[in-house]
Each structure stands twice: as C-alpha cells, then as structure tokens.
Ligand binder design. Structure first.
Ligand SMILES: *[C@@H]1O[C@H](CO)[C@@H](O)[C@H](O)[C@H]1NC(C)=O
Ligand SMILES: *[C@@H]1O[C@H](CO)[C@@H](O)[C@H](O)[C@H]1NC(C)=O
Length: 201
C-alpha cells in the first residue's frame, strides 16, 4: 500500500468513528435567554443508563479534592459504581440506592487498593454521586437555568433542583453536575466525557 493510500484509509476510519457519535440538534430559540421566543422548557427526561469518564473537584472549609475516574450510573440496577484515582491509591465505590436511610444516606461499599490486600469499608454515606433516574428532573419540577458552555461538552442546558444543577445536552444526555451544601460550605463540580449511553432499557 502506498503512503497516500494508507493515509486515505486512516482518514476514513477516523471519519467512520466520529459518525458513530450521536449528533445532537442545536437548542431551539425558545430556550435561548433574551430571545423574544423564549418559553421555559419542561424539565427533560434524561438518559438514565450510562457510563462515562469524569473529573470531579470537591471543596469545603477544610479540604480540596480533585479526582478523576469512571462512573456507571444505572437506576435499573439501583446503583452507581465509581472507580476513581485520588492521592496514593485507586479506589472503587459502589453506592446501593436500593438501601437508603430516611434522611437520604446511601449504603456504600468502598474498596481502596492501597496494600497487598485491598482495604474494604461499608456504611451509610452522604453520597457525592447522586443516582440519575430518567424522570428525576421532571418529578422535582426542576428549574431551567439557561444554556451554558461546559468544558468537554460545549453548549448544554443547565437545570436545577436545589441544591443540584445538572447539565444536559440536547440529546438528553447528562454531561455533568454541580452541587453545594452550606453546612461545611461544600461545593462539588463534576464534568463527564467519553459518555456511553445504554439504550433499550
Ligand atoms: C489503606 O487505607 C485505609 C483507609 O484510609 C487505612 O485504614 C489502611 O491502613 C490503609 N492500608 C495501608 C496498607 O496503607
Ligand atoms: C444496608 O446498608 C448498611 C450500611 O452500609 C449495611 O450495613 C447493611 O448490611 C445493608 N443492608 C442490605 C440488605 O444490603
């Protein structure tokens, strides 16, 4: 194969791979702030079953944690699984949303691979990783907060249910979320990329 043919073949592969990413339409003018045609949209029904890479920054009065990882959001299985890298060891956390307390604490099994045998801990926690159900924004009467530009995902809709703001693209895919909690002046900012939606559930 000549160099030029090889080059052409490589280009074709790249184009085919890009074409498999679903194309999302532009948001209508009715969702654009200060547009004469603006009308607050209904809260979107989101794609609930997905995996994604993420970066997350959590800070409060005393700490600042920046971590990266891979997340599996699955209301069908009642769980969120997070594999993350932070500080000196990789860790894996499973949040079992089938087992929550009256005040919203979630059963969590955390495994830290920091020794010859992994360290395993289980208990109820205040989860940094909410489970995203298809209709959670609609059920909560979420408020549209305009179109905003997010790192990795371009222009997306911001939709808020206190204390969480969720970012949703025009294909109804969640691309990240922020939340705050006043007690310890906590804020968590999370962005997803390499998002794979599982349809047909
Ligand atoms: C692993 O991390 C846990 C939780 O911080 C700690 O209790 C344990 O001593 C650590 N193990 C090693 C071998 O460092
Ligand atoms: C529910 O979660 C708690 C706290 O992690 C745990 O002790 C308990 O075994 C869990 N129960 C079930 C049925 O999984």
């Amino acid at each position: 194969m000549s160099m030029r043919k090889l080059f052409a073949a490589t280009t074709l592969v790249v184009v085919a791979a890009a074409a498999s990413v679903p194309k999302c339409a532009a948001f209508p003018s009715s969702m654009i702030e200060y547009s004469s045609g603006f009308k607050q949209p209904k809260p979107p029904l989101v794609q609930p079953e997905f995996t994604a890479n993420f970066v997350q920054h959590k800070w409060d009065e005393t700490l600042s944690h920046i971590m990266t990882g891979y997340i599996d959001n699955s209301p069908a299985k009642g769980m969120v699984r997070v594999n993350e890298a932070y500080d000196d060891a990789p860790a894996s956390s499973v949040f079992n949303y089938a087992n929550v307390t009256g005040d919203g604490l979630v059963d969590n099994v955390m495994t830290i691979y920091n020794g010859t045998t992994p360290y395993v801990w289980q208990g109820y926690v205040n989860s940094n990783y909410p489970i995203f159900q298809q209709d959670f924004l609609a059920k909560a009467d979420a408020v549209f907060g305009g179109i905003v530009t997010r790192q990795f995902n371009g222009d997306v809709a911001s939709v808020s249910v206190i204390p969480v703001t969720v970012y949703v693209n025009s294909c109804n895919v969640i691309v990240g979320y922020d939340y705050f909690s006043p007690g310890r002046r906590t804020r968590v900012v999370t962005d997803f990329f390499n998002i794979q939606v599982q349809t047909g559930n």
